[in-house]
Design a protein around this ligand. Structure first.
Ligand code: PHE
Length: 333
């Protein structure tokens, strides 16, 4: 028997496999017969013939083992198939908590007549700072606060989605009523309370006779839709280069209901967004006539709102993709 014949052996059933084993490897099989004949081989050829015999025996053993395995595998695939068996549970993915909250924010403002606007995350200085009335020496323009891709010309990662407001104003004339959701980047050390990227939703409304009262009403409606009908708001004077007057908005702490707790530092209030009337300089810089139009703008952090809704203590949880954390939001999907 030749070594090359071993390769061609096949067995489709256990019976066929057994027949091969008996034929070649049993006591009265081919290999043993050859071993018996070995006695008659002349001494000077014994070494070579012995090696060949051993090779043949190993090849046969290996081939039979391999055939057995293929047979077992094909049995698994076909004969054992139990169509009535309970299937393995399908693990459904869930939406990320930030996506859930962002969608909820978008939903609320869509119902108030806002449409969506989008823009690039890698931006130029003009759209992020220049058109937004930031002075040349404003600290946000510093490397410590902003990630620069190149300098002169300055290309950077947007630090807020106000850049999208600017892009909308330069291409549209009022009435403008948009919200701009998106990721923003700031050069901060990563900790439980700060991250180098986070998400914002900013809003912009420009038309004739838009007043601060309109802004307040829209924000109150948003707060009640988002956190419940009993939610109260308060506006504190603040400063942003792109709005005048500017304010920060607090809502009554939805964790303690305004009584005071560790989350609201016993004040009963938590800050959720910045807002104000669009500075006329911003309107003019973006090609809108500030003697005809006025507008308001607001901006909020999606992580902040999510923390309030779901009490996520550590910001890093949002970007670590730990399934145990993500699965907790299954029921909210
Ligand atoms: N752009 C501001 C920020 O990033 C938020 C903001 C938007 C404030 C619009 C007022 C008006 O903090």
């Amino acid at each position: 028997m030749l070594l090359s014949e071993v390769d061609g052996l096949t067995a489709a059933t256990p019976q066929e496999w057994d027949a091969l084993r008996i034929k070649y490897l049993s006591k009265k099989g081919v290999v043993n017969d050859l071993m018996a004949d070995f006695r008659n081989v002349p001494a000077e050829q014994k070494r070579e013939v012995g090696m060949k015999l051993n090779e043949l025996k190993t090849a046969l053993q290996e081939k039979l083992a391999a055939l057995k395995e293929t047979m077992a595998a094909s049995e698994d695939n076909h004969d054992d198939l139990d169509l009535t068996r309970t299937p393995y549970p399908v693990r459904l993915g869930t939406r990320h908590p930030l996506t859930l909250v962002r969608n909820e924010i978008i939903d609320i403002f869509s119902r108030l007549g806002f449409t969506l606007a989008d823009g690039p995350e890698v931006e130029d200085d003009w759209h992020v700072f220049g058109s937004m009335n930031f002075a040349d020496d404003h600290p946000a323009r510093d490397m410590q606060d902003t990630f620069f891709v190149t300098r002169q010309p300055d290309v950077l990662l947007r630090t807020h989605t106000s850049s999208v407001q600017s892009r909308v104003m330069e291409t549209m004339q009022p009435p403008i009523r948009v919200i701009c959701p998106g990721r923003v980047y700031r050069n901060e050390a990563i900790s439980a309370r700060a991250h180098c990227f986070f998400h914002q939703v900013e809003g912009l409304y420009i038309d004739k006779n838009v007043s601060f009262a309109d802004l307040k009403q829209v924000l109150l409606t948003f707060a009640r839709e988002m956190f419940g009908a009993d939610t109260k708001i308060r506006l504190r004077p603040s400063y942003f280069p792109f709005t005048e007057p500017s304010a920060e908005m607090d809502i009554s702490c939805n964790i303690c209901g305004g009584k005071g707790c560790a989350f609201c530092k016993q004040t009963g209030w938590v800050e959720i967004l910045g807002c104000g009337m669009v500075d006329p300089n911003v309107l003019e810089a973006n090609g809108i006539d500030s003697s005809i139009y006025t507008g308001y703008a607001f901006g909020m952090g999606v992580e902040r709102i999510t923390n309030l809704k779901y009490q996520v203590k550590d910001l890093r949880m949002f970007s670590e993709n730990d399934v145990r954390f993500l699965e907790e939001f299954q029921s909210a999907n």
